[in-house]
Design a protein. Structure first.
Lengths: 468, 105
């Protein structure tokens, strides 16, 4: 038996919360599934708890984060079947009646929901950064350090090195500085000449002027903090025996070797396409952001009818733009369910599109100022790409020399992408390396086919499904 | 390698990791509580046996897999702490031959 429902929203970041609020607000029955224990996604992670139990921490987490409490408040104000701590591991094919099964597990018990419309709002993940030594304990991501700070109020207490490029790294640095947490060094991998690269995108960035000003403010905070910054860094490598002890890199022609207890890597974020791949939606490579994203129409619907992607999962545009996208998708679904007239939908959707344009106007500038790394395809042979099965770039190249023709064959040759993370940590790098090696383009190389279960489940969970 | 900001409003919860008593705060994930207790090596990689620890803290990297109350393959970054839970490091892939011999067959 499965429960019939109008809409299933997966994820409670800004896009998921806004989509659920819009659809449920129009009268749709909406189930909202999320892995975390409270709404917010990664960007607004634990924002309700922080507001309630650690309000003082909002002073350094900042206004942009505190905005999440408003979005969560609006989401809590509508009636939905909200299920935190739920993992979605399958989305089925469309039935003749236009429904799809969404299979989830919660506390070890599986359940099926039968939905007319499914909104994938699973957002982004940080681009995995395959450098030598990145598997050592102590090497984490900027987002990981930030998540720990938001959700548990913990911070790295030893020698912390932030290493990478992008607005998230800048934001974390500013938050840590405001919280009086010591940063040993910032190793900035942004190539020099950012302003020249991004110059032609400056006028559009000015449309979202406030965002640009906030970014400049963060930058000023970091520059004035006295934290040593190594600009234009490259050739990063983490070192240690069983645990991280240092980070080496080159900056301005000088080789550095810094002692480190925690290294937080960051090279931008990429869409989490696991579920959109699972349903076989069409994906395309973005040459600027260097990642795949699902192809969607103006309402967020993918090439698979009834499957929508809202927010950064459809292409990186940021939290505020994600919220607009979620609302647009929620309205479109309400219209399709006959709960809204075209005119009512369009009135709000037009306004939301305009706001999304303003909120996302800085993206073109950011994408060029902080360009996606162009070295992953050429990464050294001894670097691990697939962390789960410990497959190096060299072994992937060797398999190609023996006739391995694409990512899906690499699974059979090497078990690459077949460990518990199911390719989340290596898919992007595998595409980059295979494209570089074969002289092909990522759209030709493609990516791993994702099969159910999309997250590891136990046989007991599968057996707990009531299929009668 | 991690410390807590002052956090007077959250209750403490204790659990065990490899037999050692760990003090956490209500609402912590197992991974966060262990990081705050100075533990960042949570599993051994299945091929080389090298130590691994939390990388993403958001449920995608699966490097924080631990055994909780006898159930393996739990993502420590997604599992909330509960008083009295018994958490263990996740060992590398089992040696099937040794297991069979151990069974006396």
């Amino acid at each position: 038996m499965s429960t019939e429902i109008d809409v299933v929203v997966i994820g409670t970041g800004p896009a998921g919360m806004a989509a659920a609020s819009a659809a449920a607000g129009a009268g749709a029955s909406v189930a909202v599934l999320d892995e975390q224990s409270e709404p917010g996604g990664q960007i607004y992670r634990a924002v309700e708890s922080v507001e309630r139990r650690r309000p003082a921490d909002l002073s350094f987490l900042g206004e942009a984060y505190a905005h999440g409490a408003k979005v969560a408040g609006a989401f809590r104000a509508v009636r939905t079947d909200y299920r935190p701590g739920a993992t979605v591991w399958h989305i089925g094919a469309r039935s003749k009646g236009g429904r799809r099964d969404v299979v989830l597990s919660r506390s070890g018990v599986a359940e099926t929901l039968s939905a007319r419309h499914v909104v994938i709002a699973t957002g982004a993940l940080e681009r995995p950064v395959p450098i030598p030594g990145w598997t050592l304990p102590g090497v984490m991501t900027v987002g990981a350090v930030q998540s720990a700070l938001k959700s548990s109020g913990i911070y790295p207490s030893g020698r912390l090195v932030l290493a990478g490029s992008g607005p998230l790294m800048l934001q974390l640095a500013a938050q840590l500085i405001a919280a009086h947490v010591a940063i040993a060094a910032i190793v900035d991998t942004t190539p020099p000449g950012g302003l020249a690269r991004a110059f032609f995108h400056l006028p559009q960035a000015l449309i979202g002027g406030e965002t640009l000003l906030k970014g400049l403010k963060l930058r000023r905070t970091v520059l004035r903090s006295g934290v040593p910054i190594h600009a234009g860094a490259s050739h990063l490598a983490a070192h240690g025996e069983g645990r991280l002890s240092s980070l080496s890199f080159t900056s301005a022609g000088v080789d550095y070797h810094l002692d480190a207890d925690v290294v937080a890597l960051h090279e931008g974020v990429i869409p989490n396409t696991q579920l959109s791949r699972l349903v076989n939606a069409e994906h395309r490579w973005d040459d600027v952001q260097r990642c795949f994203h699902p192809v969607t129409d103006q309402w967020g619907e993918t090439s698979e009818p009834g499957i929508y992607v809202a927010g950064d999962g459809g292409g990186i545009a940021g939290a505020l733009a994600a919220e607009r996208s979620g609302r647009i998708t929620g309205l479109a679904i309400a219209r399709r369910l006959g709960l809204l007239a075209d005119s009512a939908r369009d009135l709000v959707a037009e306004e939301q599109r305009l706001r999304r344009f303003v909120d996302g106007a800085i993206r073109g500038f950011l994408d060029r100022y902080y360009p996606a790394p162009d070295w992953i395809g050429q990464v050294a042979d001894d670097v691990v790409l697939c962390r789960c099965e410990e497959v190096t770039a060299g072994r992937l190249r060797e398999a190609m020399a023996h006739g391995c023709s694409g990512p899906n064959q690499a699974k059979a040759f090497l078990r690459c992408g077949m460990g518990p993370c199911q390719g989340r940590m290596c898919a992007n790098s595998v595409t980059e390396v295979m494209a570089a090696q074969s002289g092909s383009v990522p759209d030709e190389v493609g990516s791993f086919r994702i099969r159910p279960p999309a997250k590891p489940v136990t046989l007991a969970e599968v057996a707990s499904l009531d299929v009668g | 390698m991690f410390q807590r900001l002052s956090d007077p409003m959250r209750k403490t919860v204790s659990f065990r990791f490899e037999g050692r008593e760990i003090e956490a705060r209500e609402g912590d994930s197992v991974a966060a509580a262990l990081l705050a207790a100075g533990v960042d090596s949570l599993k051994d990689a299945p091929v080389s046996g090298a130590a691994r620890g939390p990388y993403c803290m958001m449920g995608v990297c699966f490097e924080c897999l631990v055994e909780i109350d006898g159930a393996g393959h739990q993502q420590a970054c997604l599992a909330p702490v509960r008083a009295g839970m018994d958490v263990r490091r996740q060992p590398a892939a089992r040696d099937v031959g040794a297991a069979v011999e151990g069974d006396g067959r």
